[in-house]
Design a protein around this ligand. Structure first.
Ligand SMILES: C[S@@+](CC[C@H](N)C(=O)[O-])C[C@H]1O[C@@H](n2cnc3c(N)ncnc32)[C@H](O)[C@@H]1O
Length: 219
């Protein structure tokens, strides 16, 4: 019998449509986690998220969209909240699960596409986006915002911590306040309650990069 040889091409995007960031870099997000810590992976939660948590602003079931290696999710879960972290980077998720095991913190980390969050079949009272929104271009934002809306409880809260355009020393993908207000509006189920100046710590900014912390309510 003749032998049949079939070649299955490896798809680093796992069947997803590559995001604008992946098209720009030519690499799947997972590759960011292969050779040492990624620039944003500071090995501790973002101070802005720690402060939010200390003010009691996380409540109910929490979703961390684009959780990376899980520091923010782990911090919020360590305070006793139920947290699900999702990401497309399996390598980051494996690191996050290992940290959860080592620290004895209960958090679920699962692979999911932020554009298809409704597939989780769950809803959350608080959603965190730390460094994900700013990676999406204007064409991607409506789909992402609709996906977030599909899993956020009415009157739930979304926190977006993103690089701002209010320099100096801005991070990559700087976002203007007006872009946040355009992306989240009453027409698509959101009300921007506050946008405050913040910092995002990175491995290459001595004192962090200028950022916005947006508090956005699901209406
Ligand atoms: C800049 S990193 C921030 C990671 C983490 N939130 C942190 O603060 O360390 C953005 C993360 O979003 C993830 N990501 C990018 N596109 C995604 C998508 N479509 N669905 C889910 N996660 C995504 C990346 O894999 C990466 O881990």
């Amino acid at each position: 019998m003749a032998e049949r040889s079939e070649t299955f091409a490896y798809d680093p995007f796992g069947g997803r449509h590559p995001t604008s960031h992946e098209r720009m870099t030519g690499l799947a997000w997972d590759a960011s986690y292969h050779d040492g810590p990624a620039p944003w992976d500071i090995g501790r939660p973002q101070p802005a998220i720690v402060r939010l948590a200390s003010e009691g602003r996380f409540a109910g079931a929490v979703l961390d969209a684009g959780c990376g290696t899980g520091e923010n999710a782990l911090h919020v879960a360590s305070l006793g909240l139920s947290v699900l972290g999702v990401d497309v980077a399996e390598t980051a998720l494996a690191m996050a699960r290992e940290k959860a095991d080592n620290r004895g913190v209960e958090v679920d980390f699962v692979a999911a596409d932020a554009f298809q969050l409704e597939r989780l079949g769950r809803r959350f009272e608080t959603v965190l986006d730390c460094g994900l929104f700013h990676t999406f271009d204007g064409d991607e934002r409506p789909g992402y915002v609709a996906s977030l809306a599909s899993v956020t409880e009415h009157d739930g809260t979304l926190y977006v911590l993103c690089f701002s355009d209010d320099g100096p020393d801005t991070g990559p993908h700087p976002v203007g306040q007006e872009e946040l207000r355009a992306a989240f509006n009453s027409g698509n189920g959101w009300n921007v309650a506050a946008i405050e100046p913040e910092r995002i710590q990175t491995r290459f900014h001595a004192d962090g990069a200028p950022a916005w912390l947006a508090t956005i309510k699901r209406v």
